[in-house]
Design a protein around this ligand. Structure first.
Ligand SMILES: [Zn+2]
Length: 269
């Protein structure tokens, strides 16, 4: 339900949400001390937008110079969406809390490309943590193994290199297939979005996509490519997505639930 928020925090995907308009006013946050949301000013924002993530909760992104007194009224208008998104975020947080504490993994499964890599750890007390490929599907992690954070960061950097090697050619193939041309691609390790497309035609992809099933990744790539034709979530945009991915509705839902499939160590990298 908050899929689009996860995909793009840079768009007002709430516009046109019919449920939000039907609701009667209600005091959302009776206690003044904890308003239940965070306000963030953005130079790029042109309108107010909402973002819900399991980590941060509700974030209200406002354009520079926005009158903050207008926020409570805006939130009341969006109450229905906020309630649904909060339930979703609470569920995601519960799932995350049940997962084991992050430790160095014995193997890494990159579901998107059907690869499983064994991780062999070699303690070298001095020097920087590094992950190197050694033939087959063996990944050698070397460095100070007691510094779990540094080791996990090294593994994340390796996943980032894999993402560049595997996701960008995939995006190229889909670009040819759909006739939608982008101007550049980059890989990031964003906390709250799977991908984004800039007005200049640059597509950014989250390295965590490699941990998702290939059908879901394909949907994200198609979704971002379709933004090259429509920089919004209008009906015309979704019609374009459907043309290239008829099962988009199911995949969009699957994507929304997919944070729970993320290995515990990845988010700490
Ligand atoms: Zn989108």
């Amino acid at each position: 339900m908050a899929v689009d928020e996860l995909l793009h925090s840079n768009e007002d995907s709430l516009t046109g949400n019919p449920e939000a308009r039907q609701s009667a006013p209600l005091t959302l946050f009776p206690e003044e001390r904890d308003p239940g949301y965070t306000v963030r000013e953005s130079q790029r924002a042109r309108t107010v937008r909402l973002n819900m993530t399991p980590r941060e909760g509700l974030v209200v992104v406002v354009p520079a110079g926005y009158n903050l007194k207008r926020i409570p009224g805006f939130l009341e208008e969006k109450r229905a969406w906020i309630e649904k998104a909060r339930i979703w975020a609470d569920g995601q947080r519960q799932i995350m809390a049940l997962r084991p504490v992050a430790r160095i993994p014995d193997s890494i499964e990159l579901k998107a490309v059907g690869e499983t890599w064994e991780v062999s750890s070699r303690n070298t007390a001095s020097g920087r943590a590094m992950a190197r490929e050694h033939g087959g599907r063996l990944l050698v992690l070397s460095g100070p193994l007691d510094d779990t954070g540094a080791c996990l960061a090294a593994l994340s950097r390796w996943v980032g290199r894999q993402a560049r090697r595997q996701l960008v050619p995939w995006l190229d193939d889909l670009s040819r297939e759909t006739g939608l041309e982008y101007s550049g691609a980059s890989i990031g390790n964003q906390r709250s979005r799977w991908g984004s497309c800039s007005p200049q035609g640059k597509i950014s992809l989250n390295l965590k996509l490699l941990f998702l099933p290939d059908r879901v990744v394909r949907y994200v790539l198609v979704h971002e490519l379709c933004h090259l034709a429509h920089m919004n979530h209008s009906q015309r945009f979704w019609a374009r997505v459907r043309r290239h991915e008829p099962a988009w509705r199911e995949l969009r839902k699957e994507l929304g639930d997919s944070w729970q499939h993320m290995p515990a160590w990845v988010e700490n990298g």
